[in-house]
Design a protein around this ligand. Structure first.
Ligand code: MN
Length: 294
């Protein structure tokens, strides 16, 4: 049985652009070893945006060396990148963008959402790539809700939707570079489940909403995360209320992590090179989503 090592939360929201009021739940700056292959997690909202003529979000900026994975729980997000990827995702959809050797992208509220306003809730993860794949070609996967299989948990405990990896033979649609399990778990009040996961893997439980006891020891509330030990191949969750949970698991990448701003590589020299390549236009350029509508 896995035990909880420690828990994390953020009491200090900040804005990413003018569209994403986020709390950074974890970052490789503090706990790289415990969270690998994940690098960073921002939790945006839950909040309500009023209708707006202007498309809020974050303008053109580069990335290199990892993937950005965006899960929309409420609202609508539009993406466009210099490698030709792009699209609109909404509640239940996931965008899995591999920046790898580098691209420039823009992340905005969807046109319809901006116009109408409404509830907004989103998670963005940065997922690391092994050294050998950091300079591979960018890739874009739009994973629609309908593509992700949902497993019914025993005794009507709730559901587990597989975005990446697998659970009891249900396979998630995301193509990944290392072994990753990403599950959208919904538990009913008073449900108790034991989830089986590979031993040796990073094991993170994030409670978006509800009250959940993890591994019979730590009770989490809204926007709190438990970091479990890697050893052991099962752990328990007990829901004191209906709960919305994001499970993140994966094989750790045991390589040096050196990051600065939008780039995460293995060495400082590679970061300097990333800035130079970006300034030289090697990561491409894009027209702004809003500008190109006029
Ligand atoms: Mn970005």
């Amino acid at each position: 049985m896995k035990k909880v090592l420690f828990t994390q939360k953020s009491d200090f929201p900040h804005w990413v652009g003018d569209g994403f009021p986020v709390r950074t739940i974890f970052s490789y700056n503090d706990i790289a070893r415990e969270i690998s292959p994940f690098l960073l997690m921002d939790y945006a909202g839950p909040t309500v945006f009023p209708p707006s003529e202007h498309r809020k979000g974050v303008g053109s900026h580069p990335h290199r060396g990892f993937e950005t994975v965006t899960l929309v729980y409420d609202g609508q997000v539009e993406h466009r990148d210099s490698a030709g990827g792009g699209g609109v995702i909404q509640a239940g959809d996931v965008q899995w963008m591999t920046a790898a050797s580098g691209l420039v992208h823009e992340e905005k509220h969807g046109k319809e959402f901006a116009k109408k306003g409404g509830g907004f809730e989103m998670v963005q993860l940065w997922v690391n790539l092994p050294k050998k794949d950091k300079m591979s070609k960018p890739r874009y996967q739009a994973l629609k809700y309908e593509q992700t299989p949902t497993v019914q948990l025993p005794k009507q405990a709730g559901t587990l939707r597989v975005i990446a990896g697998e659970y009891q033979k249900a396979l998630g649609p995301a193509k990944t570079f290392t072994t990753i399990n990403m599950w959208d778990v919904r538990l009913n009040k008073d449900a108790q489940v034991k989830l089986d996961v590979p031993s040796g893997h990073t094991t993170l439980v994030f409670v978006l909403s509800g009250e959940v006891k993890v591994a019979d020891s730590h009770t989490l509330n809204d926007a709190e995360m438990a970091i479990l030990e890697k050893e052991g191949n099962t752990f328990s969750l007990t829901a004191n209320t209906d709960a919305k949970i994001l499970f993140l698991g994966g094989e750790p990448i045991n390589e040096p992590v050196f990051g600065y701003g939008p780039f995460v590589m293995n060495t400082q020299a590679e970061i300097m090179q990333a800035f130079k390549d970006f300034e030289d236009g090697k990561m491409g350029v894009i027209d702004s989503i809003e500008g190109s509508e006029k």
